[in-house]
Design a protein around this ligand. Structure first.
Ligand code: NDP
Length: 315
């Protein structure tokens, strides 16, 4: 194999971004991390950047608001990976500035935009207000494709930390102690992926001609689980049986309007995303097409983490 491609990570201090930086270093890529001057007095962010530097990454200073600086940063890389936050509305759209810079630099062999979740192209029917995530991600796809930028889209399904230890419950990251709310009959299959594995598969794909201009789905076979499966795993590990409270889809969607529960916009977005995953089965109700690929099939050498193992730290 030729020299390893140089990787620039934008959003490198974020939840998935820092893992992508580490995976890139671990797989031997010269790795650059964008350091934005806007971090100001955010000492935690700076320390995260410095810890990535200590692990071997090179920090490159540029702002998304400085086109020339961004072009100069992009020009130093063969591959650009964006791990831009999807939390607040319109952050994802900031990536259009990155697309403009990639277009002008003209040297980038692969761009991975910030997706890492449900495939937005399969979510045209998504409910408001969560729909915005998919609309913005599709908007960016159009810009990438119109500019003929070589790309790979990563559909990572559920980050384990956000969906598994809480037994798929919203508004908490910890396992419930006494009772768990079950979506419908609890049998709809979802897919859970250790976020370090998300990063590993992402980096595996960047120099691979089989993933060029394709969507790659992460579907670790052992981690295709229903909510009931996840609850059972936790009950076996903790030795405690939880009370199950079943909620219908209508009840769940109505919870968006429950102001007493302090439901704000981010929570409402969460409700609609969870609805699509756990009632509709949007992660598993389709076959992967000819023009797409599945990561564990492409990279069988990766030993992914199973959810039994992942959950042990929460006991
Ligand atoms: P984070 O919220 O951790 O943020 C990532 C980075 O975004 C930050 O570190 C920062 O980069 C950058 N950023 C945030 N706000 C701004 C801003 N105003 N201007 C410039 N940069 C900004 O992101 P996540 O890791 O949670 O999300 C990344 C992707 O993963 C998103 O596409 C999201 O939709 C998806 N996701 C998927 C989940 C799943 O379960 N599959 C769950 C959660 C997210 P910097 O380092 O430069 O400061």
């Amino acid at each position: 194999m030729d020299k390893k491609s140089r990787v620039l990570v934008v959003g490198g201090t974020g939840f998935i971004g820092r893992r992508i930086v580490r995976a890139s270093l671990a797989q031997g890529h010269p790795t650059l991390v964008l350091m934005r001057p806007e971090i100001g007095l955010d000492v935690d962010k700076l320390q995260m950047l410095l810890s990535l530097k200590k692990q071997g990454a090179r920090l490159v200073e540029a702002s998304l608001d400085d086109h020339a600086g961004l072009v100069a940063a992009v020009a130093q890389a063969d591959v650009v990976i964006s791990a831009m936050s999807g939390k607040h509305s319109h952050n994802l759209l900031l990536q259009h500035k990155l697309v403009e810079a990639i277009k002008e630099a003209g040297n980038v062999k692969r761009f991975i935009p910030s997706e890492f979740g449900m495939d937005p192209s399969r979510m045209v029917h998504a409910l408001e207000p969560g729909r915005i995530t998919f609309v913005e991600k599709m908007d960016l796809r159009r810009a990438i494709e119109e500019a003929n930028i070589p790309h790979t889209y990563i559909s990572a399904n559920c980050f384990a930390a956000k969906f598994c230890p809480n037994l798929c419950e919203l508004r908490t990251l910890l396992p419930p102690k006494e009772k768990v709310h079950v979506y419908g009959d609890g049998n709809v299959k979802a897919i859970f992926v250790d976020e370090d594995d998300v990063a590993t598969y992402t980096i595996k794909s960047i120099d691979d001609p089989r993933t060029l201009n394709k969507t790659i789905y992460l579907r670790p076979q052992e981690n295709i689980l229903s909510q009931n499966d996840v609850i059972e795993k936790w009950e076996n590990l903790s030795g405690k049986v939880l009370e199950k409270i079943h909620i219908t889809a209508d009840e769940f969607l109505a919870s968006m309007k429950d102001i007493h529960a302090g439901t704000d916009r981010i929570n409402q977005v969460g409700v609609t995303h969870f609805y699509h995953i756990f009632y509709e089965g949007c992660l598993t109700n389709f076959e992967i097409g000819e023009d797409e690929a599945e990561a564990t099939m492409l990279y069988p050498e990766v030993q992914y983490t199973c959810m039994d193992e992942y959950l042990k730290i929460y006991v």
